[in-house]
Ligand binder design. Structure first.
Ligand code: 5RP
Length: 252
């Protein structure tokens, strides 16, 4: 019978099933190939960006990349890059960045992003906004139809002074949005503090951020006390997406 003859059929290898961490590394390694010698490189923050920093350092130590200067987007990334032996500078000394490479929490079909669940959105937005090329490295689970629609938060960095007032202003802004909620990010029972000494408000949208995202952005930025938010609109130039079968797609 066919059943007891299956051992005679050609063996089909099991499809690769990468873990999320492996996908992050695959995307990061692919993006490292986009860096050329002599470039000023914006170094992102988070676990995916950490793989990129390791790979960049490896290519530099092997001699494949020379004359690289990194601009870190957070104190954590700065410490990592120093340990890895990457020479660093600041946006003040190098106001034009050739390429920035960073992860994201969400990517929508128009390349709009949610970033900052790691809390570094302000410095990321500043450095990535000053970059000729901004390459986003993600695993496929980060691709969404609508920002904020996956039930995760959209962060907003605010000044700590009268933070409750700023929070209530943010709540007022979205009072017509069903299922909207916002709260202060807390870390070990204390308000989470960013590298700039500010607080983070987490906004939750039941059905994702609706309407014109640029308008939503403008309305948030007009509130006194708001420093920046984690929606990165029209900023990414390339998205490197690693899939769990081990393949990589580059969206331009
Ligand atoms: C930090 C960020 C990160 O890029 C984002 O949170 C993704 O992190 P990870 O690569 O660990 O999934 O914006 O502020």
């Amino acid at each position: 019978t066919l059943n007891n003859m299956t051992h005679l059929l050609p063996h089909k290898p099991d499809p690769i099933q990468l873990t999320q961490e492996e996908m992050k590394r695959v995307a990061a390694y692919r993006a490292a190939d986009m860096v050329a010698s002599g470039m000023v490189v914006g170094l992102g923050t988070g676990s995916t960006a950490a793989h990129f920093i390791d790979r960049l350092a490896e290519l530099m130590h092997k001699g494949s990349l020379k004359g690289i200067i990194g601009i870190p987007t957070s104190l954590k990334t700065e410490a990592h890059a120093i340990k890895a032996g990457i020479p660093l500078s600041t946006l003040n000394s190098h106001p034009i960045v050739d390429i920035s490479i960073d992860g994201a929490d969400e990517v929508d079909p128009r390349f709009n992003l949610v970033k900052g669940r790691g809390g570094s959105l302000f410095r990321e937005k500043m450095i990535e906004g000053a970059s000729r090329k901004f390459v986003v490295i993600v695993d496929e689970t980060k691709m969404v139809a609508c920002l904020g629609g996956s039930g995760l938060s959209v962060p907003v960095e605010i000044v700590p002074f009268s933070w409750k007032y700023t929070l209530s202003k943010i709540e007022n802004l979205f009072e017509d949005e069903t299922g909207f909620s916002a709260r202060l990010r807390v870390d070990q029972e204390k308000p989470f503090e960013t590298d700039n000494g500010n607080y983070i408000i987490e906004m939750f949208f039941e059905k994702g951020v609706s309407g014109d995202l640029n308008e939503v952005s403008d309305r948030l930025l007009r509130l006194t006390g708001v420093i920046e938010h984690g929606m990165f609109l029209d900023m990414a130039t390339n998205i490197v997406v690693a899939k769990n079968d081990g393949s990589v797609i580059i969206l331009n």
